[in-house]
Design a protein around this ligand. Structure first.
Ligand code: NAD
Length: 282
């Protein structure tokens, strides 16, 4: 981690300490969908920077416990797990309350849980549509609504929504996902305006393709929907839209995330940050 010069030198008695990039000591983060992929990488980045984390997501209980205990041991911070189903508003709100109950506060909320279904609109199953809107969009509302009073009481907060390049542009056969991610960007802007004077920021990160389970499943689904081989889908469809012709890495996402949650990110608000190798520049 690099360190910017500190703002002030202790002469401003009573002022809260400046939160450098990579300094999360004493802070608590809730990260939805953090048993895998991007969410898990962001959870590890928080813990590596001294912050405490509430993990959430689906998976085998023994594996989740091993992940939780592993991060705790590696980083010497408390890590907890809450099994909220992101389709259920009451469970999402309880996850946020759990962070304060268990770890004493809530500084960072990452709305990351997400699922995908690839199908032409005319054949798109209603239950898949509703599931994607619930997990990818509505859970963001439920968690944010629950977090705001805690962050306001603490006088500071950071909300980071993991949207997608598909929050900015569309691709065929992903109607529910594209609709949900565009919705996340609209929600992000609205929350940012409402909280702009409360020292709480709300931003979205819009990744291009990252090599995680959600993409591995898509390669198979796209091959079926488009009648192409998996190799052709990877080369021409997945990495075809990404000018760098490689996946975005989770470390690259952690970089922008750690900036947004630091004090240097205090004026980044209501914005979406494209980390997509140039995809949406086209
Ligand atoms: P992933 O499949 O590895 O992770 C998804 C996480 O969400 C998992 O922890 C899973 O258990 C959790 N989840 C799913 N349904 C849930 C539910 N009902 N309740 C609680 N948790 C649930 O995928 P990922 O790539 O890490 O995706 C994370 C986020 O990043 C998603 O919002 C996704 O849309 C977004 N994203 C991913 C990519 C990419 O290329 N991988 C690109 C842009 C945006």
């Amino acid at each position: 981690m690099f360190h910017w010069p500190k703002r002030g030198d202790g002469s401003d008695a009573g002022q809260a300490p400046f939160r450098d990039i990579g300094d999360l000591k004493g802070q608590v983060a809730v990260i939805s969908g953090s048993t895998s992929g991007i969410g898990l990488a962001l959870a590890r980045s928080v813990a590596a920077c001294g912050g405490e984390v509430v993990l959430n997501g689906l998976g085998d209980p023994a594996e989740i416990e091993a992940t939780r205990a592993g991060i705790e041991a590696d980083c010497g911070v408390r890590v907890r797990y809450h099994a909220a189903d992101m389709r259920r508003g009451d469970e999402v709100a309880d996850m946020v309350a759990f962070a304060r109950r268990e770890l004493g506060r809530l500084d960072i909320l990452v709305n990351n849980a997400g699922v995908q279904h690839v199908e032409a609109v005319e054949n798109f199953p209603s239950d898949k549509w509703e599931q994607i809107i619930a997990i990818n969009l509505s859970s963001t509302f439920y968690a944010t609504r629950a977090a705001i009073p805690i962050m306001k009481a603490q006088g500071r907060g950071r909300i980071v929504n993991i949207a997608s390049a598909h929050g900015l542009v569309a691709s065929p056969f992903k109607s529910a996902y594209v609709a949900a991610k565009h919705g996340v960007l609209g929600f992000t802007k609205t929350v940012a305006l409402e909280l702009a004077q409360d020292n709480i920021t709300c931003n979205a990160i819009c990744p291009g393709f990252v090599e995680t389970p959600i993409v591995e499943k898509q390669i198979a689904d796209q091959a079926r929907t488009r009648g192409m081989s998996k190799e052709a889908i990877l080369k021409d469809v997945i990495l075809g839209s990404q000018p760098t012709k490689r996946f975005v890495t989770t470390d690259e996402l952690a970089g922008i995330f750690l900036y947004l949650v630091s004090d240097l990110g205090a004026s980044a608000n209501g914005a979406s940050f494209s980390i997509d190798g140039g995809w949406t520049a086209q």
